[in-house]
Design a protein around this ligand. Sequence first.
Ligand SMILES: Cc1ncc(COP(=O)(O)O)c(C=O)c1O
Length: 408
Amino acid sequence: MTDTDNSFLAYADRRFRLSGKALIENGHPYFVPTDALEARSSEWKDGYLSMSHYDYLGLAHHPATTNAAKTAIDTLGTGAGASRLVGGERLGHQALERSMADFLGVGGTLSVISGYLTNVSVIQLLLGPKDLVVVDELAHNSIMVGARGVKSDLVTYAHNDLDDLERILADKRDSYSRVLICTEGLFSMDGDVTDLPRLLDIKERTDCWLLLDEAHSYGVLGPTGRGSCEHFGVDPNRVDVAIGTLSKSFASSGGFIAANADVIEWMRFCLPGFVYSVGLAPATVASAHAALDILRAEPDRVTRLRGNSRRFLRRARDAGLNTGTAIGEAVVPILFDTPEDCVFVAEALMQQGIYAPPVVHIGVPKDLPRIRFFISETHTEADIDRVITAVTEASSAARALRNRISAE
Ligand SMILES: Cc1ncc(COP(=O)(O)O)c(C=O)c1O
């Protein structure tokens, strides 16, 4: 294949090379079947330990969630079979959505087949050519793709820098009909949070709307896991559109929207990603609902998750590791000076049975390679100490190796 070859295959290869194909051609730590790792647990002195799953509340294997899924399959079958609007609706869909709205203290919720699609489709429904979308520069790819896919103008503000957001709005607000601010509650790559009270004040003062992605916040933030609003003590009804996902604390899959009941009713009939896509499968709905029931009945799971997360952050900082802006809530990255150090440490962890793959460019900015650790309620103090010790030792070894190579 040459660079002037215009075939589809040549184009795909060119694009893949531009995205860094060379970095993975000689082997890589991605797409590792974790069930196979679990099966090999006895090979490691302290067993297999996953730090790469966002099953924050340890509900993916809870008997109540797995039994709910099995019963749903036995009684309702495997797939929903159609878009809910025209044949795919089940009693379980509405029951889950009512319980979720009640839990979050909002008018309504609507489940969608994927969390990613929820962001893309909602942003595309809300905005048109006379509008502006203002996005935190580190917001999730699904927000960026949604924002790029509309005819509105797009501006990013510096990560969590609400002074920058205010400057942008002072400069641009009056030139647009509607302005949508998009950000995350608990950031999925950095483990820091948006200053929600100030953001709400800004958006209300400047007559903008807010889309708040709570994918990693529900089940995590706030004393009982009700997310950013509970964490900051603000009324959830002040957020125009919150986006959740069932794939993290709720140990299932699919996304959902939390908003005013009339907004939800509009979306039920008009949101393309909902109307033109199949409803959640019965087992997916049932397991998510069971997880929500457990969260409501056992808020101490959130407390234990918080205790583990704080311990991880404290131990990492005490060991001199760079945890960036993380606050110690379920997601804690450890940042490295170079991508090579990052990959070296991830490999060293894997050799000890700890699975936590490296996140390098494209996932994060080039100069901020990291291993992102997802903490779970099920981790023990010994698990956390084991990880921090392993990262500390491997980081020193990586630095020593780098110094040796540069001295040669
Ligand atoms: C902040 C954020 N929003 C949305 C999503 C998409 O959710 P899902 O994986 O459930 O499609 C993710 C996925 O990790 C995420 O981190």
